[in-house]
Design a protein around this ligand. Structure first.
Ligand code: GRF
Length: 192
């Protein structure tokens, strides 16, 4: 059984998909804790599923490195085999990434390397592309630059707004994340 810590900053719909999947005894991964950089709405999902939560707010630390060190300590406390950034909106320093090398993945709402960063859906619409998508990738020291594990395309529809397009992306993203974590757990995908 793969032990997974999920980090979120928002509504946590990707987290919820993982929590629901892991209720199935045949699903080979278990969410052991959920962390956030703020009092994110999605933490309520973890509480409903009786999964431990932790919040480590950057504002409470003198600098980013101290914040990341405490965040890492909270993550490692749960001894995860895998750490999933599922809508975690803070950039993590190299020390955090290095400590979790081979265990850290991120889900991103574009076809990387197109549209990295916090406004991927808006940037895709502004650029006028006809298709965008989802990328699940390993995390390296850069912003959304790690090795791509899997991608799925989604067509932009006429009249799409950032919200309608992102909602359609998230439907696909949730399924892709659940199946990718399953594939990592069963070693169909090997991270190192
Ligand atoms: C996802 O699309 C994720 O890729 C992006 O933010 C969204 C988070 O959604 N970075 P949720 O919090 O899982 O609902």
């Amino acid at each position: 059984m793969l032990s997974v810590v999920v980090l979120i900053s928002g509504s946590g719909s990707n987290l919820l998909a993982l929590l629901k999947a892991s209720e199935n005894p045949l699903y080979p991964a278990k969410i052991v804790a959920v962390g956030s950089d703020k009092d994110a709405a999605g933490l309520a999902h973890a509480e409903l599923f009786e999964v431990d939560t932790f919040v480590v707010e950057p504002e409470r630390f003198a600098n980013r490195d101290q914040w990341a060190k405490t965040l890492l300590a909270n993550v490692l406390h749960h001894q995860p085999d895998l750490v999933v950034l599922a809508g975690f909106m803070k950039i993590l320093p190299a020390s955090f990434v290095t400590a979790l090398r081979g265990k850290l993945i991120n889900t991103h709402p574009s076809l990387l390397p197109q549209f990295p960063g916090a406004h991927a859906v808006r940037d895709a619409l502004t650029a006028g592309v006809t298709k965008t998508g989802v990328t699940i990738h390993k995390v390296d020291e850069g912003v959304d630059t790690g090795e791509i594990i899997i991608q799925q395309e989604i067509y932009v529809e006429p009249g799409d707004t950032e919200q309608t397009l992102h909602e359609r992306i998230k439907v696909v993203e949730r399924e892709l994340l659940v199946s990718t974590v399953e594939d990592i757990a069963s070693r169909r995908i090997v991270l190192v």
